[in-house]
Design a protein around this ligand. Structure first.
Ligand code: ZN
Ligand code: ZN
Length: 353
């Protein structure tokens, strides 16, 4: 019996790692700054009892963080788990799957945008790969995924070698012009603009779609890409994009293979999507800097895309959307309050800041 609480009618999208390039755990100095702000801004009534403290922590911007793990997104439905990228966030996802029974019991497919370290280095720490005879599908736009994953576990890099894994891992290549059906879901890829090649994804199941477009430098060819990206994401419930840099920072990072959110706001200003999500945060960006970027993006959206119906958020670890069948329009976290986990509640607060 799998105890994941998703049920037959839900598609759950959950973010386990949202940083780009390199994991960036919070430092003691950053934690201390948050603690200082929490204490300084608390009114006596906020600390009166446990419930009051919880309410205060839900309300304050100082009680949470966007998170430091690199790219990893879970898309779950029925008894299937899809994983987009295997950054350091994958370790916690693996632990969660092992705890709720899905590590052994659910269908499990991993989809890779590309094989830069920040998108693969959680793979050796993913619990299900150590389960005997456990079937795992690995998908990517490349034909050499097995060799690339084996390489990071080979030589002097990792003590357990790819060839000795007891699970049964099958690597398959996706083609850009084809729709692949995987465990009843439709999977499409789109070429990204990135060193060594990357592919974005659209996963559609039961009338719901999630798009994941990282890593990519769209300002290289914005006029051509605006149309193809917009077509690719049209009708999606949530669209997660590489928006690593602010407008000014980007100009110091041309050719790094990453984007600003402002390009995507231009691209999708007339596109029917539910929510646009700033993702692959710069590891150097503080929580305050990511919030500032999100605020700037919202201001830009108000000017450039005043009629857009979609919402905008900055990705954080634990951010979660539940999409019911049939598809509901107008984005945002849709978990019914009664079912909301603590992380989702934090998410609603985070989205306001
Ligand atoms: Zn990356
Ligand atoms: Zn990359």
């Amino acid at each position: 019996m799998l105890d994941h609480g998703i049920g037959e009618s839900l598609m759950r999208v959950r973010l386990w790692g949202v940083r780009g390039s390199l994991a960036s755990p919070m430092t003691s100095a950053q934690l201390r700054d948050k603690a200082k702000a929490l204490l300084a801004e608390a009114a006596p009534a906020d600390l009166a009892n446990e419930k009051a403290i919880e309410r205060y922590l839900d309300r304050t911007p100082h009680s949470w963080t966007y998170g430091g793990n690199t790219s990893c997104v879970e898309v779950s439905f029925d008894d299937q788990v899809f994983v987009l990228d295997a950054g350091t966030g994958l370790r916690s996802l693996g632990a969660s799957l092992m705890a709720d029974g899905r590590g052994a019991g659910a269908g499990l497919n991993l989809f890779f945008t590309h094989f830069h370290w920040d998108h693969i280095c959680g793979f050796p720490y993913f619990g299900p790969i150590y389960l005997p005879k456990r079937a795992i599908g690995v998908w990517s736009g490349r034909s050499d995924a097995a060799a690339l994953l084996a390489n990071q576990m080979g030589g002097a890099h990792f003590p357990v070698k790819w060839d000795t894994l007891p699970s049964v891992i099958t690597c398959r290549q996706l083609k850009e012009d084809q729709v692949e059906t995987v465990a009843g879901a439709q999977v499409r890829i789109l070429s990204m603009v990135h060193p060594d090649k990357a592919y974005g994804y659209r996963i559609t199941q039961g009338g719901r779609s999630v798009c994941y477009l990282t890593d990519t430098e769209v300002s290289k060819n914005p006029f051509r890409l605006a149309e193809s990206y917009s077509k690719f994401v049209a009708g999606a419930d949530v669209v997660i994009v590489d928006a690593m840099y602010g407008f000014l920072e980007y100009h110091d990072k041309v050719n790094y293979g990453h984007s600003t959110i402002f390009n995507f706001i231009d691209f999708f200003k007339d596109t029917d999507i539910g929510e646009l999500v700033i993702f692959h945060h710069d590891p150097m960006a503080s929580d305050a800097a990511v919030s500032q970027l999100r605020n700037d993006a919202n201001r830009y959206k108000t000017v450039i895309a005043p009629n857009a119906t979609w919402s905008l958020s900055a990705a954080f670890e634990g951010q979660e959307w539940d999409f019911e069948k049939p598809k509901r329009k107008a984005g945002g976290a849709k978990a019914p309050a009664a079912k909301a986990k603590k992380s989702t509640a934090t998410g609603r607060n985070a989205a306001k800041r």
